[in-house]
Design a protein around this ligand. Structure first.
Ligand code: GFB
Length: 307
Protein backbone atom coordinates (compact mmCIF):
# COMPACT_ATOMS: atom_id res chain seq x y z
CA UNK A 1 0.00 0.00 0.00
CA UNK A 2 1.57 3.31 -1.08
CA UNK A 3 1.09 6.57 0.81
CA UNK A 4 -0.84 7.83 -2.24
CA UNK A 5 -3.01 4.70 -2.70
CA UNK A 6 -6.78 5.24 -2.78
CA UNK A 7 -7.96 3.75 0.50
CA UNK A 8 -11.67 3.41 1.20
CA UNK A 9 -12.79 3.37 4.84
CA UNK A 10 -16.45 2.35 5.12
CA UNK A 11 -17.66 3.08 8.66
CA UNK A 12 -15.11 5.85 9.30
CA UNK A 13 -17.21 7.46 12.04
CA UNK A 14 -17.53 4.36 14.20
CA UNK A 15 -15.25 3.03 16.94
CA UNK A 16 -13.02 1.01 14.60
CA UNK A 17 -13.32 3.13 11.46
CA UNK A 18 -12.44 6.37 13.24
CA UNK A 19 -9.37 4.77 14.86
CA UNK A 20 -8.28 3.52 11.43
CA UNK A 21 -8.86 6.95 9.95
CA UNK A 22 -6.65 8.61 12.60
CA UNK A 23 -3.96 5.96 12.20
CA UNK A 24 -3.84 6.19 8.39
CA UNK A 25 -3.65 9.99 8.59
CA UNK A 26 -0.85 9.83 11.19
CA UNK A 27 1.08 7.44 8.95
CA UNK A 28 0.82 9.86 6.02
CA UNK A 29 -1.71 8.10 3.79
CA UNK A 30 -3.05 11.00 1.78
CA UNK A 31 -5.87 9.58 -0.33
CA UNK A 32 -8.53 8.40 2.12
CA UNK A 33 -12.05 7.92 0.75
CA UNK A 34 -14.88 8.38 3.23
CA UNK A 35 -18.65 8.90 2.98
CA UNK A 36 -21.23 9.61 5.66
CA UNK A 37 -24.32 7.40 5.95
CA UNK A 38 -26.48 10.10 4.32
CA UNK A 39 -24.08 10.38 1.37
CA UNK A 40 -23.87 6.62 0.81
CA UNK A 41 -26.23 3.98 2.20
CA UNK A 42 -24.12 0.81 2.14
CA UNK A 43 -27.19 -1.45 2.30
CA UNK A 44 -28.17 -0.14 -1.20
CA UNK A 45 -26.42 -2.12 -3.90
CA UNK A 46 -26.86 0.51 -6.64
CA UNK A 47 -25.41 3.27 -4.50
CA UNK A 48 -22.39 1.14 -3.59
CA UNK A 49 -21.79 0.23 -7.24
CA UNK A 50 -21.95 3.89 -8.32
CA UNK A 51 -19.48 4.83 -5.60
CA UNK A 52 -16.98 2.15 -6.70
CA UNK A 53 -17.39 3.07 -10.36
CA UNK A 54 -16.66 6.72 -9.64
CA UNK A 55 -13.92 6.39 -7.02
CA UNK A 56 -12.16 3.11 -7.98
CA UNK A 57 -10.67 2.41 -4.52
CA UNK A 58 -7.48 0.32 -4.38
CA UNK A 59 -7.60 -0.80 -0.75
CA UNK A 60 -10.52 -1.28 1.65
CA UNK A 61 -10.70 -1.61 5.42
CA UNK A 62 -14.25 -2.90 5.88
CA UNK A 63 -15.13 -1.45 9.27
CA UNK A 64 -18.77 -0.57 8.52
CA UNK A 65 -21.12 -2.80 10.48
CA UNK A 66 -24.19 -2.84 12.67
CA UNK A 67 -22.70 -3.53 16.11
CA UNK A 68 -23.84 -3.50 19.70
CA UNK A 69 -23.63 -5.18 23.06
CA UNK A 70 -25.38 -8.26 24.37
CA UNK A 71 -28.77 -6.55 24.81
CA UNK A 72 -28.77 -4.87 21.37
CA UNK A 73 -27.89 -8.18 19.71
CA UNK A 74 -30.70 -9.89 21.60
CA UNK A 75 -33.30 -7.18 20.91
CA UNK A 76 -32.64 -6.43 17.21
CA UNK A 77 -31.57 -9.77 15.68
CA UNK A 78 -33.14 -8.96 12.30
CA UNK A 79 -31.32 -5.62 12.02
CA UNK A 80 -28.01 -7.27 12.93
CA UNK A 81 -28.26 -10.04 10.37
CA UNK A 82 -29.82 -7.97 7.57
CA UNK A 83 -27.67 -4.86 7.78
CA UNK A 84 -24.40 -6.71 8.16
CA UNK A 85 -25.13 -9.13 5.34
CA UNK A 86 -26.23 -6.29 3.03
CA UNK A 87 -23.29 -3.97 3.80
CA UNK A 88 -20.55 -6.57 3.56
CA UNK A 89 -22.06 -8.37 0.54
CA UNK A 90 -22.32 -5.12 -1.45
CA UNK A 91 -18.77 -4.07 -0.60
CA UNK A 92 -17.08 -7.46 -1.04
CA UNK A 93 -18.75 -8.07 -4.39
CA UNK A 94 -17.86 -4.57 -5.65
CA UNK A 95 -14.28 -5.04 -4.44
CA UNK A 96 -14.09 -8.02 -6.79
CA UNK A 97 -15.92 -6.31 -9.68
CA UNK A 98 -13.79 -3.17 -9.52
CA UNK A 99 -10.42 -4.92 -9.04
CA UNK A 100 -9.62 -3.73 -5.53
CA UNK A 101 -6.01 -4.73 -4.72
CA UNK A 102 -6.71 -5.80 -1.16
CA UNK A 103 -9.69 -5.84 1.19
CA UNK A 104 -9.51 -6.33 4.95
CA UNK A 105 -12.72 -7.71 6.47
CA UNK A 106 -13.34 -7.32 10.21
CA UNK A 107 -15.16 -10.15 11.96
CA UNK A 108 -15.58 -10.73 15.69
CA UNK A 109 -14.64 -13.26 18.36
CA UNK A 110 -18.34 -14.21 18.61
CA UNK A 111 -17.94 -16.28 15.41
CA UNK A 112 -16.48 -19.05 17.59
CA UNK A 113 -18.70 -21.68 19.25
CA UNK A 114 -20.09 -20.72 22.65
CA UNK A 115 -18.41 -23.61 24.42
CA UNK A 116 -15.22 -23.95 22.37
CA UNK A 117 -11.98 -24.70 24.26
CA UNK A 118 -10.08 -21.61 25.42
CA UNK A 119 -8.06 -19.85 24.17
CA UNK A 120 -9.92 -19.76 20.86
CA UNK A 121 -7.81 -20.94 17.97
CA UNK A 122 -8.67 -19.89 14.42
CA UNK A 123 -9.37 -23.54 13.51
CA UNK A 124 -12.35 -23.70 15.95
CA UNK A 125 -14.55 -21.76 13.50
CA UNK A 126 -17.71 -23.79 12.70
CA UNK A 127 -16.84 -26.56 15.15
CA UNK A 128 -19.94 -26.12 17.38
CA UNK A 129 -23.08 -24.16 18.28
CA UNK A 130 -22.95 -20.38 18.63
CA UNK A 131 -23.98 -18.21 21.60
CA UNK A 132 -27.75 -17.65 21.08
CA UNK A 133 -27.82 -13.94 22.08
CA UNK A 134 -25.67 -12.95 19.11
CA UNK A 135 -26.12 -15.81 16.68
CA UNK A 136 -27.59 -13.64 13.83
CA UNK A 137 -24.64 -11.22 14.08
CA UNK A 138 -22.14 -14.09 14.25
CA UNK A 139 -23.71 -15.80 11.22
CA UNK A 140 -23.41 -12.57 9.21
CA UNK A 141 -19.72 -12.29 10.14
CA UNK A 142 -19.11 -15.98 9.31
CA UNK A 143 -20.76 -15.34 5.93
CA UNK A 144 -18.36 -12.42 5.36
CA UNK A 145 -15.38 -14.68 6.09
CA UNK A 146 -16.69 -17.36 3.75
CA UNK A 147 -17.37 -14.80 1.01
CA UNK A 148 -13.81 -13.50 1.22
CA UNK A 149 -12.46 -17.05 1.03
CA UNK A 150 -14.78 -18.00 -1.85
CA UNK A 151 -13.84 -14.92 -3.92
CA UNK A 152 -10.13 -15.57 -3.29
CA UNK A 153 -10.56 -19.17 -4.41
CA UNK A 154 -12.71 -18.52 -7.47
CA UNK A 155 -11.48 -15.13 -8.63
CA UNK A 156 -7.97 -14.86 -7.17
CA UNK A 157 -8.83 -11.76 -5.11
CA UNK A 158 -6.80 -10.72 -2.08
CA UNK A 159 -9.36 -10.48 0.73
CA UNK A 160 -8.19 -11.10 4.31
CA UNK A 161 -10.31 -11.58 7.46
CA UNK A 162 -9.35 -10.44 10.97
CA UNK A 163 -11.15 -11.56 14.13
CA UNK A 164 -10.81 -8.88 16.81
CA UNK A 165 -11.71 -9.57 20.40
CA UNK A 166 -14.03 -7.19 22.38
CA UNK A 167 -12.97 -3.63 21.50
CA UNK A 168 -13.14 -0.31 23.32
CA UNK A 169 -11.81 3.23 22.95
CA UNK A 170 -12.68 6.74 21.75
CA UNK A 171 -15.92 7.15 19.74
CA UNK A 172 -17.63 4.13 21.27
CA UNK A 173 -21.42 4.03 21.50
CA UNK A 174 -22.60 5.04 25.00
CA UNK A 175 -26.27 4.15 24.58
CA UNK A 176 -27.56 2.90 27.96
CA UNK A 177 -29.09 -0.36 26.68
CA UNK A 178 -27.35 -1.01 23.37
CA UNK A 179 -23.68 -0.39 24.19
CA UNK A 180 -20.97 -2.91 25.00
CA UNK A 181 -19.96 -3.46 28.60
CA UNK A 182 -16.94 -1.12 28.62
CA UNK A 183 -18.85 1.94 27.38
CA UNK A 184 -21.85 1.04 29.56
CA UNK A 185 -19.80 0.83 32.75
CA UNK A 186 -17.78 3.99 32.05
CA UNK A 187 -21.05 5.88 31.65
CA UNK A 188 -22.75 4.25 34.65
CA UNK A 189 -19.84 4.85 37.06
CA UNK A 190 -19.32 8.40 35.81
CA UNK A 191 -23.00 9.27 36.21
CA UNK A 192 -23.17 7.60 39.64
CA UNK A 193 -20.14 9.63 40.74
CA UNK A 194 -21.50 12.97 39.49
CA UNK A 195 -25.01 12.32 40.79
CA UNK A 196 -23.70 10.78 44.05
CA UNK A 197 -25.72 7.60 43.59
CA UNK A 198 -25.26 4.94 46.30
CA UNK A 199 -24.70 2.01 43.90
CA UNK A 200 -24.19 0.88 40.30
CA UNK A 201 -25.89 -2.09 38.64
CA UNK A 202 -23.70 -4.61 36.78
CA UNK A 203 -25.58 -6.92 34.42
CA UNK A 204 -25.42 -10.69 34.85
CA UNK A 205 -23.39 -12.54 37.45
CA UNK A 206 -20.05 -10.81 36.91
CA UNK A 207 -18.39 -14.19 36.27
CA UNK A 208 -18.10 -14.17 32.44
CA UNK A 209 -14.57 -13.56 31.23
CA UNK A 210 -13.80 -11.13 28.41
CA UNK A 211 -10.67 -9.99 26.63
CA UNK A 212 -10.45 -6.27 25.78
CA UNK A 213 -8.37 -4.71 23.01
CA UNK A 214 -7.85 -0.95 22.80
CA UNK A 215 -9.13 0.12 19.37
CA UNK A 216 -5.92 2.00 18.51
CA UNK A 217 -4.03 -1.27 18.84
CA UNK A 218 -6.54 -2.87 16.48
CA UNK A 219 -5.94 -0.07 13.93
CA UNK A 220 -2.21 -0.73 14.25
CA UNK A 221 -2.79 -4.46 13.66
CA UNK A 222 -4.91 -3.71 10.57
CA UNK A 223 -2.09 -1.71 8.97
CA UNK A 224 0.40 -4.40 9.93
CA UNK A 225 -1.71 -7.19 8.42
CA UNK A 226 -2.68 -5.41 5.21
CA UNK A 227 1.07 -5.41 4.44
CA UNK A 228 2.10 -8.74 5.95
CA UNK A 229 -0.85 -11.12 5.70
CA UNK A 230 -2.03 -12.74 2.47
CA UNK A 231 -3.71 -15.94 3.65
CA UNK A 232 -7.43 -16.67 3.20
CA UNK A 233 -7.58 -18.24 6.67
CA UNK A 234 -8.84 -15.99 9.45
CA UNK A 235 -6.43 -14.44 11.95
CA UNK A 236 -7.22 -13.46 15.56
CA UNK A 237 -6.35 -10.02 16.93
CA UNK A 238 -6.35 -9.70 20.70
CA UNK A 239 -4.17 -9.28 23.75
CA UNK A 240 -4.15 -12.92 24.87
CA UNK A 241 -5.42 -12.18 28.41
CA UNK A 242 -8.90 -11.85 29.86
CA UNK A 243 -10.61 -10.74 33.08
CA UNK A 244 -13.99 -11.29 34.69
CA UNK A 245 -16.72 -8.67 34.29
CA UNK A 246 -16.54 -8.17 38.07
CA UNK A 247 -12.80 -7.39 37.85
CA UNK A 248 -13.46 -5.04 34.93
CA UNK A 249 -16.17 -3.22 36.89
CA UNK A 250 -13.86 -2.73 39.86
CA UNK A 251 -11.07 -1.43 37.61
CA UNK A 252 -13.37 1.11 35.92
CA UNK A 253 -14.76 2.11 39.31
CA UNK A 254 -11.22 2.79 40.56
CA UNK A 255 -10.16 4.76 37.46
CA UNK A 256 -13.27 6.94 37.62
CA UNK A 257 -12.97 7.34 41.38
CA UNK A 258 -16.48 6.23 42.32
CA UNK A 259 -16.83 5.47 46.04
CA UNK A 260 -20.25 3.79 46.17
CA UNK A 261 -21.23 0.11 45.88
CA UNK A 262 -21.81 -2.28 43.00
CA UNK A 263 -24.44 -5.01 42.72
CA UNK A 264 -25.11 -7.71 40.13
CA UNK A 265 -28.40 -8.23 38.29
CA UNK A 266 -28.62 -11.93 37.33
CA UNK A 267 -31.85 -11.28 35.39
CA UNK A 268 -29.65 -9.79 32.64
CA UNK A 269 -27.87 -12.26 30.33
CA UNK A 270 -24.24 -13.29 30.88
CA UNK A 271 -23.69 -14.42 27.29
CA UNK A 272 -20.67 -16.58 26.47
CA UNK A 273 -18.84 -17.71 29.63
CA UNK A 274 -15.42 -16.92 28.12
CA UNK A 275 -14.09 -15.47 24.85
CA UNK A 276 -10.31 -15.46 24.97
CA UNK A 277 -8.46 -15.46 21.66
CA UNK A 278 -5.38 -17.50 20.94
CA UNK A 279 -3.09 -14.84 19.47
CA UNK A 280 -0.08 -17.04 18.63
CA UNK A 281 -0.60 -16.65 14.89
CA UNK A 282 -0.37 -12.85 14.85
CA UNK A 283 2.41 -12.90 17.49
CA UNK A 284 4.45 -15.22 15.28
CA UNK A 285 4.14 -12.69 12.47
CA UNK A 286 5.66 -10.07 14.78
CA UNK A 287 2.68 -8.10 16.13
CA UNK A 288 1.40 -7.70 19.68
CA UNK A 289 -0.87 -5.19 21.45
CA UNK A 290 0.90 -2.30 23.19
CA UNK A 291 -1.70 -0.56 25.37
CA UNK A 292 -2.41 -1.93 28.85
CA UNK A 293 -6.06 -2.32 29.82
CA UNK A 294 -5.74 0.34 32.53
CA UNK A 295 -4.11 2.87 30.19
CA UNK A 296 -6.70 2.17 27.48
CA UNK A 297 -9.56 2.78 29.93
CA UNK A 298 -7.93 6.01 31.16
CA UNK A 299 -7.61 7.34 27.59
CA UNK A 300 -11.17 6.29 26.79
CA UNK A 301 -12.54 7.95 29.94
CA UNK A 302 -10.71 11.22 29.13
CA UNK A 303 -12.24 11.11 25.66
CA UNK A 304 -15.69 10.41 27.13
CA UNK A 305 -15.34 13.46 29.42
CA UNK A 306 -14.38 15.71 26.49
CA UNK A 307 -17.14 14.55 24.19
O1 GFB B 1 -19.98 -6.21 26.02
P1 GFB B 1 -21.21 -7.03 26.08
O2 GFB B 1 -22.49 -6.31 25.89
O3 GFB B 1 -21.17 -8.17 25.01
O4 GFB B 1 -21.29 -7.76 27.52
P2 GFB B 1 -20.62 -9.67 24.82
C1 GFB B 1 -20.23 -8.44 28.07
C2 GFB B 1 -20.60 -8.92 29.47
O5 GFB B 1 -20.70 -7.78 30.33
C3 GFB B 1 -21.91 -9.69 29.58
C4 GFB B 1 -21.87 -7.89 31.11
O6 GFB B 1 -21.74 -10.78 30.46
C5 GFB B 1 -22.83 -8.64 30.18
O7 GFB B 1 -23.91 -9.20 30.92
N1 GFB B 1 -22.32 -6.57 31.53
C6 GFB B 1 -22.36 -6.12 32.82
C7 GFB B 1 -22.82 -5.58 30.77
N2 GFB B 1 -22.88 -4.89 32.88
C8 GFB B 1 -23.20 -4.54 31.61
C9 GFB B 1 -23.78 -3.36 31.06
O8 GFB B 1 -24.16 -2.41 31.74
N3 GFB B 1 -23.92 -3.34 29.70
C10 GFB B 1 -23.50 -4.38 28.91
N4 GFB B 1 -23.65 -4.29 27.59
N5 GFB B 1 -22.98 -5.53 29.43
C11 GFB B 1 -21.10 -8.99 22.40
C12 GFB B 1 -21.87 -9.59 21.28
O9 GFB B 1 -21.12 -9.94 23.37
O10 GFB B 1 -19.73 -8.80 22.09
C13 GFB B 1 -21.55 -8.98 19.99
O11 GFB B 1 -23.23 -9.54 21.60
C14 GFB B 1 -20.06 -8.79 19.77
O12 GFB B 1 -22.07 -9.78 18.99
C15 GFB B 1 -19.44 -8.12 20.95
O13 GFB B 1 -19.42 -10.01 19.51
C16 GFB B 1 -17.94 -7.95 20.80
O14 GFB B 1 -19.13 -9.73 24.90
O15 GFB B 1 -21.33 -10.62 25.71
Amino acid sequence: MKKTSKIYLPGHRGLVGSALYRKLQQEGYSHLLVRSHTELDLTRQKQVESFFEKEQPEYIFLAAAKVGGISANNTYPADFIYQNLAIQTNIIHCAYQFDVKKLLFLGSSCIYPKLAPQPLKEEYLLSGKLEPTNEPYAISKITGIKMCQAYNRQYGTSFISLMPTNLFGPNDNYHSEDSHVMAALIKKFHQAKTEQKPSVEIWGTGTPRREFLFVEDLADACLFLIEKYTDSEIINVGVGEDITIKELALLIKEIIGYKGDTYFNPDKPDGTPQKLLDVSKIKNLGWSAKTSLKRGIEITYQHYLKS
